[in-house]
Write a protein that binds this ligand. Structure first.
Ligand SMILES: C[S@@+](CC[C@H](N)C(=O)[O-])C[C@H]1O[C@@H](n2cnc3c(N)ncnc32)[C@H](O)[C@@H]1O
Length: 290
């Protein structure tokens, strides 16, 4: 039997529709395109092109992974963030669109920045998508030196691949560290999208989130554990008048404010995401001596 792009597309679209996927045809095209290493346009315009049995089997294998809820980013190891493609894996959180807000906030804060040199620390860097994006967005006018830290060695391996991909190996340093344990320098900006999900909420998240590593999501019974750890340790690593920029979960603003104000930080900004949820907060550390 001969297989064409059209026949496999029909088959996979039907499966995806039966399983309740919102955009079955679109997802079919993505699966086929990734396997045949062709563009989206090539797939939709080359319906009669024949494909080998081997390619068809691989497409079906990926289709069945997708039907079980595995995100395409986890199947193909790539995810878009701020219009760039980042390498991801089972060991990294898939970059989320709402996290792009951290990049926007940092860009805004740095609009009137007087110094031409800045040190930035990314706590829980994962794929390094945030720190790489900030660096690439600002590199033309600011001399950025950055550090990404993470407790997960495997996540750091993916971060390293992304540094190489974006040619930032010399500008961004990676450190394996449990919060600030293995760190001894100070930074102008500290950014973090830490784990912030309550243990009891883990099973209520969407199917796709179940494919993210637990260590990137879970933050104790209250979902606030990471913020306590960061607030407790960050003052030793932040310069006078330095900023800390954090992503927070839905409904966590009041508690996170309390945690940081107890450690001598003052909130200077909060930003909502596209759903109207308070998502990014900025604190400044005020102290008398450096
Ligand atoms: C929500 S993910 C964020 C990943 C990435 N920054 C992003 O926004 O896509 C949180 C990250 O924190 C890391 N992490 C969890 N516990 C940590 C700890 N004790 N010390 C350092 N990093 C930790 C996880 O491995 C994970 O990469």
């Amino acid at each position: 039997m001969k297989f064409t792009i059209e026949s496999i597309m029909k088959q996979s679209t039907k499966f995806l529709r039966v399983y309740g996927f919102e955009r079955p045809r679109h997802e079919s095209v993505l699966i086929i395109k990734n396997n045949l290493k062709k563009s989206y346009e090539d797939i939709v315009t080359s319906k009669d092109v024949k494909i080998s049995l081997q390619a068809r089997n691989k497409i079906l294998e990926n289709l069945f992974q997708r039907l079980k809820g595995k995100p395409l980013s986890k199947i193909y190891g790539l995810k878009e963030f701020y219009s760039r493609q980042f390498i991801t894996s089972e060991e990294t959180l898939d970059p989320r669109p709402e996290t792009e807000l951290i990049v926007d906030v940092v860009k805004d804060l740095l609009k009137g920045y007087k110094k031409n040199k800045i040190n930035i620390l990314d706590v829980g860097t994962g794929s390094a998508c945030i720190i790489i994006t900030i660096t690439l967005e600002l590199i033309s006018r600011i001399n950025i030196k950055a550090t990404g830290l993470d407790i997960s060695r495997k996540a750091l391996q993916i971060a390293r691949k992304n540094l190489i991909k974006f040619n930032l190996n010399k500008r961004i340093n990676l450190i394996k560290s449990n919060w600030f344990e293995s760190l001894d320098n100070k930074f102008d900006f500290v950014i973090s999208n830490p784990p912030y999900i309550k243990i009891n909420d883990l099973n209520n998240l969407g199917k796709e989130v179940q494919f993210d590593p637990l260590i990137s999501l879970e933050a104790g019974l209250t979902g606030l554990r990471s913020y306590f750890e960061i607030a407790k340790g960050v003052h030793k690593h932040i310069k006078k008048d330095g900023f800390i920029i954090l992503e927070i979960g839905k409904g966590q603003l009041k508690e996170v404010d309390k945690i940081f104000s107890n450690q001598g930080f003052r909130r200077i900004l909060k930003e909502k995401d596209l759903q109207g949820i308070d998502r990014v907060v900025v604190y400044q550390y005020k102290r008398t001596k450096t």
